[in-house]
Design a protein around this ligand. Sequence first.
Ligand code: M6P
Ligand code: ZN
Length: 187
Amino acid sequence: MKPFNVEVNFQTGDLTPGKKIDRYLSGVKNMFFDQAAADAILQREDPLIYQVIYADVPEAKGHLGNCTTIIYPGKVGREFYFTKGHFHEERGTAEIYFCLQGKGKLLLESTDGEWAILDMYPGTASYIPPYWSHRTINVGQEKLIFYCVFPADAGHDYGTIEEIGYPKLVVEENGQIMVVDNPKRRK
Ligand code: M6P
Ligand code: ZN
């Protein structure tokens, strides 16, 4: 394999050349707290919630996967748009998120059940240690754009989060961004 460049556009989040994955509400609906609010939106439209654009890197040991993520501004009920969130299949692998645009929160939970939340704004480089699941949330009015680097063979495990959810929700209450308990959390 030969060295190569990709070009990252800090304003749009485009990564070229790259492979784009679009996540629409219909595909991530079950992750949101307020299912009635999600259904009401889906009656009218199926909004694009986020996109991930991956550089073409082999998913093999020794390589570094990298991508941009663009989360659109919006809410389902009171809950801000977010990524599904995942553990790495290979639990002992870390990741770095470097924020390029917008205002976000990074919600994390470890396999020990400890949780944490970090602010994301242009210039923050968030370190996600091994054994911590991670979800990003756009709490701003603009797109949230960040660049990620991870061991290319880390893999995504969505099942655990789909099953038990996160202990916290990030919602808007009286115009304020609030981190509240998730009443639907299973564990
Ligand atoms: C970041 C990385 C990607 C991940 C994406 C979206 O860009 O962690 O590996 O796919 O966020 O998050 P999710 O896969 O949880 O939807
Ligand atoms: Zn990850």
